[in-house]
Design a protein around this ligand. Structure first.
Ligand code: NAI
Length: 691
């Protein structure tokens, strides 16, 4: 190995030259890889004894993309485009042999080859859009030439990874190899030579683009159909424009357009934010005190207590991962309803073609509904998801303590309650941990892993590993009221209610938050979740707008009215009655109403969240600012193109936020009292990322 440099080998196999890349972990196109590839192709192109060239990768995958860590830095040596030019212009057939994932720059290199063969488990895609970019090396030009404009639009704006069979149907892969890829690729190369097959240069093939020329509406229609999905993002539109250029301009001109779009995006705040989140997500699983080689406890069977909204959704995660689940309820009716909901969710996936009937049967077959706590005795992990009440949680944990096998992890899905108090109800607080799933728990990817003061390191390591196994993004947080996510949310919710009483219209507040990029405004969200959630149903003395509305039977969408009125199709309209309730309540409290600007709404909702984030960091509740960002992006729909509250705060400027908090503190009191950490960072001219 390593005839060219440390990462690239060039060896003959008869009259076929095999160029192989060996740059773990994912063979990214680093400067070293590019330099080696370039040299290898120059050499193989010039060698007259070589009749075809195979490019293949060692390790777990074909080139999985550009080296993101090099983005925005000056690059040295040959570019991806230089390598593509060499491949495409080679006087002999070049065959890319793909296994694992050919993504981004990796697929772009493969698209410059004359043929592509792949294993049946391989996948390919151009996921640049997910980090706020367009492919930078002709991906938007070659892809539509081979798969057609419509499919290319779908692939570049979704970034999805296309499985081998589908890629073959699209024409992206020419041949799928059974068995050894290297041998299969060499055999394919030999047959190309023997049959004198042409050197297919995708760039020269305009047939599929011509088809789109006679139907130019395709772009407008695609934009319209996806407007909601693309809302706020710059990159999808840039990807569409690049493909439009492929159709309307020459290859050379369109390549320049793609390059221009790439340069603009890579220097912009959106891509910066999206790359920040990409790295933040990976960083979140690194816990200095719990190194990656910490032993984990095997989890082969999971118990869940409570089959309500959360318990059922949580169960589905484990059933999907092939783990047997026992779900225990106090109440037969609730158990039946919970089981039926799980079944219904699976049937809905079945009807959408996402699952097969045997998948559904297998998953339901792993589920055991029960009213007997004793059946939890052989579970390796039990997750409690009963009502949010300390007395009930304690009772459940006391019971679990008497039943669960030694070493079993006992988890609570509590949203706010003190984990240490829950753990103290057992004789084994080291085994107690918080696993805070988000609703709907089978869909939302965030998992706050809450560490109590006694939680054992191997329990933490097990929870983090398990979280990833079931497809979640686990983030370790400390024990406090509301942990990280809900603690930030509480800041916004408090201000939203204050703003309402001070005269802001609730639909204006919702609009400002929605336009910022959140999926929903706070009031629309309350109506969806149910305004009464968490309120005492027996309270006879309402003392907030929310309680007054519940008192009036306006409990949200489920009752056809909440902060808004709803018609039969759940379309909302503004309610004069609610306006009156707000005005009367403000008057009764002696709060003068005034006009409130959009800017004030945004600042008052978001700056206290940043401030709370600073307190959370100071207290060690989150390990790093980027963990807070991951929590809000994954769990609450903070727009990824704004990078999370802490990343966003630095874009706004910490000094500006601090100054405004001080002003607001003078007017509205200590809800705006700046966190000492924020003051210190501003005084030192530093940001959260330097901590
Ligand atoms: P839920 O009311 O839908 O379900 C709770 C279930 O627990 C009910 O079916 C009830 O019959 C059962 N239950 C009550 N006491 C029990 C006992 N002693 N033994 C066995 N089963 C018992 O409540 P939900 O919304 O699922 O919440 C559960 C927990 O999850 C709470 O701690 C909540 O704070 C937390 N959570 C809720 C979220 C949400 O959006 N609903 C989000 C994240 C966490």
């Amino acid at each position: 190995m390593a005839s060219i440099n440390e990462v690239i080998d060039l060896s003959p196999k008869g009259d076929i030259a095999v160029v192989s890349v060996n740059s773990p972990p994912v063979n990214a196109l680093s400067a070293k890889v590019r330099e080696g590839l370039y040299k290898a192709f120059v050499s193989a192109n010039a060698d007259t004894s070589v009749r075809a060239i195979v490019v293949i990768c060692e390790g777990r995958t074909f080139i999985a993309g550009a080296d993101i860590s090099e983005f925005g830095k000056p690059s040295a040596g040959p570019t991806i485009r230089d390598i593509q030019d060499l491949l495409e212009a080679a006087p002999k057939p070049v065959i890319a042999a793909i296994h694992g994932t050919a993504l981004g720059g990796g697929l772009e290199v493969a698209l410059a080859a004359h043929y592509r063969v792949a294993t049946k488990s391989a996948k390919a895609g151009l996921p640049e859009v997910n980090i706020g970019l367009v492919p930078g090396a002709g991906g938007t030009q070659r892809l539509p030439r081979i798969v057609g404009v419509e499919t290319a639009l779908d692939l570049v704006t979704s970034g999805r990874h296309v499985p081998a069979q589908e890629a073959q149907r699209m024409g992206l892969f020419d041949h799928l190899v059974d068995g050894d890829l290297r041998e299969g690729a060499i055999a394919f190369a030999s047959s190309v030579v023997a049959e004198g097959k042409p050197l297919l240069r995708i760039r020269d093939n305009n047939e599929k683009l011509d088809a789109a020329k006679i139907f130019p509406e395709i772009f407008a229609e695609f934009r319209k159909a996806n407007a909601k999905r693309f809302r706020g993002f710059d990159a999808p539109e840039a990807n569409i424009q690049a493909i439009e250029a492929a159709v309307n301009e020459s290859f050379e001109v369109a390549m320049e357009i793609e390059r221009g779009l790439f340069r603009k995006l890579v220097a912009g705040t959106q891509s910066g934010a999206q790359r920040h989140v990409f790295f933040a997500e990976r960083q979140a699983s690194k816990i200095p005190e719990v190194p990656e080689d910490t032993p984990t406890r095997p989890i082969r069977k999971v118990g869940i207590v409570g089959a309500g909204t959360m318990g059922g959704g949580i169960a589905m995660n484990f059933l999907n991962a092939g783990l047997p689940v026992i779900i225990v309820e106090a109440d037969q009716g609730a158990l039946d309803r919970g089981t039926a909901t799980i079944q219904r969710n699976y049937e809905s996936s079945l009807s959408k073609g996402k699952l097969s009937p045997s998948d559904v049967a297998a998953r339901m077959g792993l589920l055991t509904p029960s009213l007997q706590f004793d059946e939890l005795a052989d579970c390796d992990l039990v997750i409690e998801a009963v009502f949010e009440r300390m007395d009930i949680k304690k009772e459940v944990f006391e019971k679990l303590d008497g039943i669960a096998k030694p070493g079993a992890i006992l988890a609570s899905n509590t949203s706010y309650l003190d984990l240490d108090e829950i753990a103290a109800a057992t004789s084994r607080p080291q085994d107690v941990i918080g696993l805070h799933f988000f609703s709907p728990a089978n869909v939302m990817t965030l998992l706050e892993v809450v560490r109590g003061s006694a939680t054992a390191k191997d329990a933490i390591a097990s929870a983090m590993t398990l979280g990833k196994k079931i497809g979640k993004v686990p983030v370790l947080v400390g024990n406090c009221h509301g942990f990280v996510g809900n603690r930030l949310l509480a800041q916004r919710q408090r201000e939203v209610q204050k703003l309402l009483l001070e005269g802001a219209k609730l639909w204006d507040i919702d609009r400002v938050i929605y336009d910022f990029g959140m999926p929903m405004g706070p009031f629309a969200m309350n109506d969806l979740a149910g305004i009464d959630l968490g309120l005492d149903p027996n309270n006879k003395t309402p003392n907030s707008v929310r309680e007054l509305l519940v008192h009036l039977g306006r409990r949200g969408q489920k009752t056809g009215a909440g902060y808004y009125d709803y018609d039969g199709n759940r379309n909302r309209s503004n309610s004069e009655l609610v306006e009156q309730v707000v005005r009367d309540f403000a008057a009764q409290r002696g709060i003068a109403q005034r006009e409130i600007s959009d800017e004030e709404i945004l600042e008052r909702c978001l700056y206290p969240m940043v401030n709370e984030g600073a307190k959370i960091l100071e207290e060690g509740i989150a390990l790093r600012a980027s963990d807070i960002d991951v929590v809000w992006v994954k769990g609450y729909g903070w727009p990824v193109y704004r990078g999370g509250p802490m990343h966003w705060a630095e874009l706004v400027g910490l000094k500006r936020i601090l100054d405004r908090l001080r002003e607001l503190q003078k007017i509205h009191g200590d809800d705006f009292k700046p966190a000492p950490l924020l003051e210190r960072l501003v005084a030192e001219g530093r940001g959260f990322k330097t901590l």
